[in-house]
Design a protein around this ligand. Structure first.
Ligand code: CA
Length: 618
């Protein structure tokens, strides 16, 4: 077909429903919608979904592309094509379906790559992730709050579990706020389509892996948001979910085969007890019910051991990286999915994009269990998850107690942090731990107003979070002391950011809209984040710490001949710290405290106020 003819036919075709005069087959879905020439992995799976298409003969009219395999599933409405692209140049080819005298031609585009895999930069310990729940951050376009034809057809800002109207435009409009605060990356809770009848706001029930939810915006707006973020020095981490999808996903409603989902597509509840995956004593039943059971009835559990499911999921992630240029993926419920599949997925992504990063949600209660999931874990060997970053949930639990308790030399408060970090040998790469005080699934660090009013507590927590080893993540609104207790429901952890909606009484994006207390927290956070940004002492530095003495925790981060030393009094009482034991990290007799700008004498005894912290640079 000549280019001009092709262009004409493409224009006339209604996206995928492209059929010539004698055809009658309409395509409901083509996934991926398009692909690229020149990827590391030369195999492409094209999933076609349309009524009765399985009985068609399939061929392709393409240059240097081999159709290796055509797979028919138990549903008559699917065809899975496997093509070899190893010799293929960018082109638009046609998938030809013939049924009797009817012929359907589906144009399929193989685009030229616009980025090199090695140019895609992942996130690392030099970054701080700012986690946003898109429905609850800012409403930049009230016109998309309700989209006609979608199943959840109302918004109600007073409803915990209802949609509130936040969107990508709202996030784009506040990138300057986030960059000014000093974060260097945004992690968005899932933005892919969740066309579910209720509870669709959180995004964890995907109904189309290739489509941004239209209430958030379009695919193009998502790609633009990534580009805008990059322009402001912000990386973008996309949330993905391979363990399950939404029950309104076409792949569940009209499933290719029953083994597309676990328990033959029949609802069986997971135990949520994923420690069994690593438990050397676990009964087979425990492992199966944990990983194959469904997260909820409305979230059918994908069977990644089905090779077609596996390929479909892997391609969807690579599609978003290549399409939008994201810098990282946060993988939901990582241990609930098949270990070997997830390992293969990480390897395939990192083969295409060697500097990319992936963080798995490893919600397990000990460092032994969490470390098992990190790439090159000795505990998992000879298996290897190839997952670069895991979430430090045990430290999150400890941090939520450490700054409330009195610290002694043998327990309580900061001792818990010290004691935990002494066990870091269990981790293959402690610098690639995601560290956080809270996220969208936990109580906020400030559970209530009295906690929020305790600025000393907040300051110590942020100082520790932003100077310990690993990659810090801050949950939106932490910097303005937003409160939320999980006991009151998940919706209370995901309140609207004040000022994100037209007509909001207070606009906490501006100093004028914040209270004095909020400004104190914001300014302190900003100061620390700005200090941390680009600071190799933190991003690449070693960590050296001392056991607790006089209720005080002392640790050093060092890179080459520069260092930062944190001295933190974990008691409500003043402390007199004899400095002789700390001389290896205190090379001078005075230093400037980054937090206050004051000069601190480091002679023989250091006097600290109750809960006082110092951040000294050498
Ligand atoms: Ca909106």
């Amino acid at each position: 077909m000549k280019p001009i003819m092709l262009l004409l036919s493409m224009t006339l075709c209604n996206l995928f429903a492209c059929h010539n005069a004698s055809a009658a087959t309409t395509m409901d879905h083509v996934a991926p919608t398009y692909w690229w020439a020149g990827m590391e992995n030369p195999e492409l799976q094209i999933l076609l979904h349309g009524e009765g298409i399985a009985s068609s003969d399939v061929s392709i009219t393409a240059k240097d592309i081999t159709l290796k395999e055509v797979v028919r599933m138990t549903s008559p409405n699917y065809l899975l094509l496997y093509a070899d692209l190893s010799e293929a140049a960018p082109q638009t080819f046609h998938i030809v379906l013939k049924k009797g005298k009817k012929t359907t031609e589906i144009p399929y585009e193989l685009k030229p790559r616009t980025r090199k895999g090695e140019d895609v930069e992942g996130f690392n310990a030099g970054d701080v992730l700012y986690l946003i729940m898109p429905d609850r951050f800012a409403n930049g376009d009230t016109g998309n709050d309700v989209v006609e034809g979608m199943l959840e057809s109302t918004t109600d800002r007073n409803a915990q579990y209802g949609r509130h109207g936040g969107d990508l435009k709202g996030i784009a409009g506040h990138l300057d706020y986030i960059a000014d605060l000093g974060a260097t990356a945004i992690w968005l809770n899932p933005t892919q389509e969740n066309d579910m009848p209720e509870g669709s706001y959180h995004g964890y029930a995907i109904t189309d892996y290739y489509q941004i939810d239209r209430r958030f915006g379009s695919n193009e707006e998502f790609a633009q948001l990534v580009e805008q973020a990059h322009g402001k020095g912000l990386k973008v981490v996309m949330d993905m979910i391979f363990n399950h999808c939404g029950s309104e996903n076409y792949l569940f409603k009209d499933r290719p085969s029953d083994d597309w989902f676990n328990f033959k597509s029949e609802y069986v509840q997971t135990s949520y007890k994923t420690a069994s995956v690593q438990d050397i004593h676990a009964a087979d039943y425990e492992r199966k019910i944990a990983t194959d059971g469904w997260f909820t009835q409305s979230m059918p559990d994908l069977n990644q051991r089905n090779r077609h499911v596996a390929k479909y999921l892997i391609q969807s992630s690579i599609w978003w990286i290549e399409y939008a240029g994201i810098n990282g993926i946060r993988q939901d419920t990582h241990p609930y999915a098949d270990f070997d599949f997830m390992s293969r997925w990480c390897r395939e992504v990192l083969t295409e994009y060697p500097h990319f990063n992936i963080v798995g949600e490893t919600w397990l209660n000990s460092n032994v269990l969490v470390s098992f999931w990190q790439k090159d874990s000795k505990l998992a060997a000879p298996r290897n998850s190839y997952l670069p970053t895991v979430m430090d949930f045990p430290l999150q639990g400890l941090m939520n107690r450490a700054f409330d308790e009195e610290t002694t030399d043998w327990g309580g408060g900061l001792y818990g942090l010290y004691d935990y970090v002494t066990q870091d040998l269990v981790y293959a790469d402690p610098m690639n731990l995601l560290v956080f005080l809270d996220n969208h699934d936990t109580s906020r660090f400030s559970t209530d107003d009295s906690k929020a009013a305790n600025l000393a507590r907040y300051k110590q927590a942020l100082l520790y979070l932003l100077t310990t080893r690993g990659i810090p993540q801050i949950y939106y609104g932490t910097e303005i002391l937003m409160t939320g207790d999980k006991a009151d429901g998940d919706g209370t952890l995901r309140k609207d950011f004040p000022g994100g909606w037209p007509g909001d009484k207070a606009d906490c994006f501006t100093p004028q809209g914040r209270t004095e207390l909020q400004n104190a927290a914001f300014d302190y956070t900003r100061k620390l984040l700005q200090w941390r940004k680009g600071n190799e002492v933190i991003s690449q530095g070693t960590m050296k710490h001392f056991s607790i003495a006089h209720g005080t925790y002392v640790y050093e981060r060092r890179y080459k001949n520069r260092s930062a030393v944190v001295i933190m009094n974990g008691t409500d009482q003043p402390q007199e710290l004899e400095l002789a034991p700390y001389r290896e990290v205190l090379p001078k007799t005075q230093a400037t405290d980054v937090l206050t700008g004051k000069t601190v004498k480091l002679d023989s005894i250091l006097s600290l106020e109750g809960r006082e912290s110092l951040l000294l640079c050498f």
